[in-house]
Design a protein around this ligand. Structure first.
Ligand code: THU
Length: 129
């Protein structure tokens, strides 16, 4: 199975487990780390809305817990009419562990629909001070 298929399968399975009783919008994210490991996460909402976490945050937490800290590729999945796209906060979350050419795949149930680089989704990002 190729990397894109593995990422798609992991993210769509994660989305199936998402806890999204308030938005009803289930999202999954899967990461391929630069050392070749895969991680995934889903959104976890809370009745106190701002406490909810995005799928990307869950996948990044799993990656850090797994001992990796470089994202080679990330895939974000939602079974939605409009193609999922990471929120601004998640673009910054990904940037922390990515490089300009890190691939960000956007997928729905029929597969990967678009692929961007981090530089395309978050140009001129804040990465040093
Ligand atoms: N959400 C994600 O998990 N990732 C995204 O890239 C966009 C939005 C979640 C947050 C919230 O639980 C639900 O989708 C609706 O905004």
């Amino acid at each position: 199975m190729n990397n894109a298929t593995k990422l798609f399968n992991l993210a769509s399975s994660a989305a199936a487990n998402a806890y999204a009783p308030y938005s009803q919008f289930k999202v999954g994210a899967a990461i391929l780390s630069s050392s070749g490991n895969f991680y995934s996460g889903c959104n976890v909402e809370n009745i106190s809305y701002p406490l909810g976490t995005c799928a990307e945050a869950g996948a990044i937490a799993a990656m850090i817990n797994g001992g990796d800290n470089k994202i080679a590729e990330i895939l974000i999945y939602a079974d939605s009419k409009a193609l999922i796209s990471p929120c601004g906060a998640c673009r910054q979350r990904v940037a922390e562990f990515a490089s300009a050419d890190t691939k960000i795949h956007l997928a729905d149930k029929s597969g990967i629909k678009k692929t961007f680089t981090l530089e395309e989704l978050l140009p001129n990002n804040f990465k040093e001070f």
